[in-house]
Design a binder for this molecule. Structure first.
Ligand SMILES: [Ca+2]
Ligand SMILES: [Ca+2]
Length: 377
């Protein structure tokens, strides 16, 4: 069942596994946990429709207690920016595709040349070269998964995930599924380049990893989640996550087995919905686990290139926020500080994106194809 994309990217895309130890002593903290971060910049003009102003300022990025790639906690300073209040929806992506005829990566049949330099072409079978995208495998071998026990084992990932032929943004679970009843759900099965193409049409850009974490924190200082340090509010779930022992038990206590309509859960302190949970979201940065050791203090934009020591040949960008597939026993991507990486040439049924915009880019935004279309309707 494996295709090169499965072989090369499943673990990296879907499991926030152990990374090498780069832990250093964290610098002294300059603010009390939970304290509001001072608002640094006033909004220069009214926010574009569907966006909110995030004022920037200083914050402590990273976590003392998380994965090694979240360390050290370091003071970071950001300029203000606007960011979409929700993940980009199927309806919005439909507008983009209708206007441009854009075809996503998952809709194209890969060729052997697509994997040049990454895998020996002779190892790729003809039957593996199919258009498709990564989905959960509900018929996974339970005995195998129990025997392997740990998600860091490649065989575990290959058992639980699969390339679904015919899965793409129009067909989230394969050819027999559709989005007619999911137009207000986040678009999924978008590769990094697909997300960038949409943002360019919309006159926006992907948020940087630092912008995403700042936004997720919602003005709260060094809190585990966007709303505080408790995952649940009594019995109430605050985001679309996975409840039960992954992957064998799925209790669906939050009412959503897969994606949920955006705004199904309350916003955080900046008015952002699903900034954790529902779907993972692409950021603009390349991924390197040790980046925090020497990242710029002001407006960091990620390293110059990608380096995942586990799979150094595969270029990876940052993903953030976790998804409806995340829970405590598998992948705690819904923490504010959790970092994830994704193969830029892969897509999945639980990763999407949202747009960001800097004030300096506002004029270009106003002239973007999407805005021009909107004003001539
Ligand atoms: Ca759920
Ligand atoms: Ca999300």
């Amino acid at each position: 069942m494996s295709t090169p994309r499965v072989i090369l990217s499943l673990i990296a895309l879907l499991f926030s596994g152990a990374v090498m130890s780069w832990c250093l002593l964290a610098p002294p903290l300059t603010a009390e946990p939970g304290k509001q971060v001072a608002q640094a910049e006033k909004e220069p003009r009214p926010a574009p429709s569907g966006m909110v102003w995030v004022p920037g300022g200083k914050f402590l990025m990273g976590s003392r207690d998380g994965q090694e790639d979240e360390k050290p906690v370091h003071e970071t300073e950001l300029s203000g920016y606007w960011i979409d209040t929700t993940e980009v929806t199927n309806a919005e992506f439909q507008q983009f595709v209708d206007a441009t005829g854009y075809v996503t990566l998952a809709e194209k049949t890969p060729t052997r040349e697509d994997f040049s330099g990454v895998v020996d072409p002779s190892l790729i079978r003809d039957e593996d070269l199919v258009a498709g995208s990564i989905c959960f495998n509900p018929n996974f071998d339970r005995e195998l998964v129990r025997r392997i026990r740990h998600p860091s084992n490649p065989d575990w990932a290959h058992a639980v995930w699969r390339i679904q032929e015919g899965a793409n943004w129009r067909h989230p679970h394969g050819p027999d599924s559709g989005i007619d009843d999911k137009l207000d759900h986040p678009v999924v099965h978008v590769a990094w380049s697909d997300a960038v193409a949409y943002c360019q049409w919309a006159g926006k850009r992907l948020p940087t990893e630092a912008e995403f974490e700042f936004a997720a924190r919602g003005g709260r200082h060094q809190q585990e989640y966007p709303w505080g340090n408790e995952l649940q509010d009594g019995d109430r779930w605050r985001a679309n996550l996975w409840q039960g022992e992954f992957p064998e038990e799925h209790d669906v206590q939050d009412g959503h087995r897969f994606t949920s309509a955006v705004k199904s859960f309350p916003p955080n302190g900046y008015g952002l919905h699903d900034i954790v949970g529902n779907v993972w979201e692409w950021c603009s940065d390349w991924y390197q686990p040790a980046y925090y050791l020497d990242s710029p203090r002001r407006n960091p934009r990620g390293p110059r290139d990608s380096l995942d020591p586990n799979e150094p040949k595969i270029p990876k960008r940052v993903q953030r926020g976790g998804s409806f597939m995340c829970n405590d026993n598998y992948c705690r991507g819904y923490r504010c500080a959790t970092r994830m990486k994704g193969d830029v040439n892969s897509s999945s049924f639980h990763c999407g994106f949202r747009g960001a915009l800097s004030p300096s880019d506002y004029d270009a935004f106003a002239k973007s194809p999407a805005q021009q279309t909107a004003t001539t309707r």
